[in-house]
Design a binder for this molecule. Structure first.
Ligand SMILES: *Cc1c(COP(=O)(O)O)cnc(C)c1O
Length: 413
């Protein structure tokens, strides 16, 4: 008999305090514990209501407990959960076919997170470069302030040293350039480069859109040197910026694209998309994952993309975006001591703190949360808004009202 389970641990009350006692302290979660949600509405343990403008960090794009997604998951949960990679399954074949039809890609690989999708992309780039050009072609070029995940390889490729400190030795042959700096790109991308990885809009790094000329130059340099261009669309993808993937906005087609976050609307899944020619370099046995492409995750993702990749749905994302941007422009104009002008694309928006309040984005979002609005930050200087793509005009107006109330409360101390 298991003594721990016998003691009633499964039914004992848990609070935010329990987090500090039983979890590895990698996070500092909010004071309230969400227990229930629907659409953009969230309720905590005390029954208090919040309007969610985070979607779990750009994940639940169709809102919490979206009925079509719930139906897809429960139907699959009653049909087939897991068979392992010794067998394929119908949902993964349908999802891959749908993603291929919707994008530049001919082939998909599925994993369980954004980091794993990027890990697969970087490993593929090495295999491809070594196989096609030789072992000298290993270098990975990435951008400062980028974020690509937390495995040792992806965190080393990411451009934020605070996330690698203490984890050395790091994998070698990774170089960083300044984002949107064309001259540095030209200097860094030579014949020994296997891959250039870039977010078409930097999310975690501060909601910074990539310049089209910069992204086009990366494409040209990759074509010239035989390096693969990897677009990390883990945050920007699946409708978030107003097109199905952001490369469609930008007009630059990558060789490899990674997707996760919104792809599963909260059910863990990651995907790597590429072309036939490149995909051949990951032959049988060269890479894999136990859960990647399992029927539950792929059924959910198929239901997600069928809803999002519709012209009318994406047009509404762009419309909602322009309404929020107009509100943020007015907010920044009315509170110039607190905020500067908003930036971003679609429903991935950043509101930078003004000079006098640098480092205080988290403090502002805490005030907003007390007033019933959940917001994100993108580093210490930027408030980030990433509501579900199904956000209504009424919810946009309500968020604006609370953000103003929070600005007053914050300035009043
Ligand atoms: C969140 C994120 C990742 C990491 O995804 P995980 O699912 O947390 O591993 C990678 N790249 C970008 C651009 C992200 O925003």
């Amino acid at each position: 008999m298991n003594a721990k389970l016998d003691s009633g641990v499964a039914t004992r009350p848990v609070t935010r305090q329990t987090f500090d006692e039983v979890l590895v302290p990698t996070y500092a979660p909010a004071a309230m514990v969400p227990v229930r949600a629907s659409g953009l509405d969230v309720w905590d343990q005390d029954g208090k209501h919040y309007l969610d403008f985070t979607s779990g960090i750009a994940v639940s794009s169709l809102g919490h407990c979206n009925p079509v997604v719930v139906e897809a998951l429960t139907r699959q949960a009653n049909t087939l959960w897991h068979v392992g990679n010794g067998y394929t399954n119908e949902p993964v074949l349908r999802l891959a076919s749908a993603l291929i039809e919707a994008t530049f890609a001919d082939r998909c690989f599925f994993a369980n997170s954004g980091a794993e999708a990027n890990e697969a992309a970087l490993k593929l780039a090495r295999k491809y470069a070594h196989g096609k050009f030789g072992p000298h072609k290993s270098r990975i070029v990435s951008c400062y302030s980028s974020f690509h995940g937390r495995t040792l390889f992806t965190v080393s490729v990411g451009g934020q040293s605070k996330y690698t400190e203490g984890f050395e030795p790091l994998p070698p042959e990774i170089n960083h350039i300044n984002y949107n700096d064309i001259e540095s790109a030209r200097a860094a991308i030579g014949d020994d480069v296997a891959a250039v990885i870039v977010e078409p809009i930097q999310g975690e790094g501060g909601v910074i859109p990539g310049d089209i000329e910069f992204l086009k130059t990366l494409r040209e340099l990759c074509d010239k040197t035989g390096a693969l261009l990897i677009f990390d669309e883990v945050q920007s993808g699946v409708g978030r910026t107003g097109t199905f993937y952001d490369y469609m906005n930008v007009g630059v087609t990558p060789d490899v694209l990674t997707s996760a976050k919104a792809l599963g609307n909260g059910y863990p899944i990651g995907a790597m998309l590429t072309t036939n020619e490149i995909a051949q370099y990951l032959a049988v046995g060269s890479h894999g994952t136990t859960y990647g492409g399992n029927p539950l995750a792929t059924s959910v993702a198929l239901a997600v993309i069928e809803q999002i990749n519709q012209p009318a749905f994406l047009a509404r994302v762009r419309e909602a975006s322009s309404k929020i941007v107009a509100n943020l422009e007015k907010l920044a104009a009315d509170y110039p001591q607190l905020f500067t002008r908003p930036r971003g694309k679609g429903l991935l928006l950043g509101l930078p703190m003004a000079d006098g309040y640098k480092g205080k984005s988290k403090d502002y979002t805490k005030v907003a949360e007390k007033l019933g609005l959940m917001l994100l930050i993108a580093g210490p200087d930027v408030v980030r808004l990433a509501p579900a793509l199904v956000v209504s005009d009424e919810q946009i107006a309500e968020a604006d009202r609370i953000m103003r109330q929070a600005a007053d409360a914050f300035l009043a101390g």
